[in-house]
Ligand binder design. Structure first.
Ligand code: A2P
Length: 273
């Protein structure tokens, strides 16, 4: 299901509109008929922090058609990677899902976002709560050594409808613990908790249910969620973000920002069309 360009120099780069780079697609992977990811070249001047997003898209009728996408790839990686849903009539994703190696995509020059470790008080257990493509920023964060420096333990909870939507499952559970530089840190500190809600799977609960019934922490032998020792980052649909936010705030968690680090931060998984 993956494709890589035989001759990457085949198509000349079109001129980039102001504020964007034109980058060349290197590979495309279709996870399901609703989900795909791609890698592209990265301009050496494009800087971002793990967890941030940029405006990504295509030239359509001579104009940039872009949406916010979190970088899946870590900041140290030479190329960029993105994860996207496919919506049949979505203005951007109906087109973007057909990109091929050698095609060009627009990458906004400025990265931003709230899911950065600077916005959280350091220490304790850092929980990543993701649904669907909300996994993307956490794929970058689990490959940034700074995440491991700042927190004692990291738990990545990813909930999807179907097992096939557990994107990057192999990378998280097998490749990362064996990675030359990050392997030891990940093996020691990172726990992956995948959950599938609409098919039989070893775990089938929503994140909200796991928090409410205590199984989230209980199954890992950890004490109940507390702002004293836990930190959280949320990235999912608006409904999921609102529901998890309410559960955290009821437990005394406080939203963090750049100039006032807190105990949780939230960002919506952007592209829904
Ligand atoms: P469910 O299958 O019970 O709806 P979606 O593709 O709709 O964004 O859903 C992705 C995952 O997020 C699914 O496992 C879904 O569970 C779950 N989910 C959807 N809404 C919420 C919510 N408000 N709180 C927690 N999890 C949710």
């Amino acid at each position: 299901m993956s494709s890589t360009a035989p001759d990457l120099a085949a198509k000349p780069a079109p001129a980039a509109p102001p504020g964007f780079f034109q980058e060349r697609v290197l590979s495309v992977h279709h996870w399901t008929d609703r989900l795909f990811s791609f890698t592209c070249t990265r301009d050496p001047s494009f800087r971002f922090g793990a967890g941030q997003f940029a405006m990504i898209g295509l030239m359509v009728d001579g104009k940039p058609l872009v949406r916010a996408y979190s970088m899946v790839s870590p900041p140290w990686e030479e190329h960029l990677e993105f994860l996207s849903i496919k919506v049949q009539h979505g203005p951007l994703t109906s087109r973007l899902q057909h990109i091929q190696p050698g095609d060009h995509v627009l990458i906004g020059r400025k990265a931003t976002g709230t899911l950065v470790t600077d916005n959280l008080r350091p220490g304790g257990v850092l929980w990543f709560f993701a649904t669907g493509t909300g996994l993307a920023p956490f794929m970058s964060l689990i490959r940034d050594p700074e995440t491991y420096d700042r927190f004692d333990r990291i738990v990545l909870v990813h909930t999807v409808r179907q097992e096939a939507e557990l994107a990057y499952r192999e990378l998280i559970s097998a490749e990362l613990p064996a990675h030359e530089l990050l392997g030891e840190l990940a093996a020691e500190k990172l726990t992956y908790v995948p959950s599938v809600t609409r098919e039989p799977f070893v775990r089938g609960k929503r994140i909200t249910t796991m928090i409410e019934d205590g199984s989230l922490t209980g199954d890992l032998g950890l004490p109940p969620l507390s702002p004293e020792r836990d930190r959280a980052m949320l990235c999912g649909s608006e409904a999921m973000n609102a529901d998890v936010r309410a559960l955290l705030e009821a437990r005394g968690f406080v939203e963090g920002s750049n100039n006032d680090p807190g105990t949780y931060v939230v960002e919506k998984a952007f592209v829904t069309k």
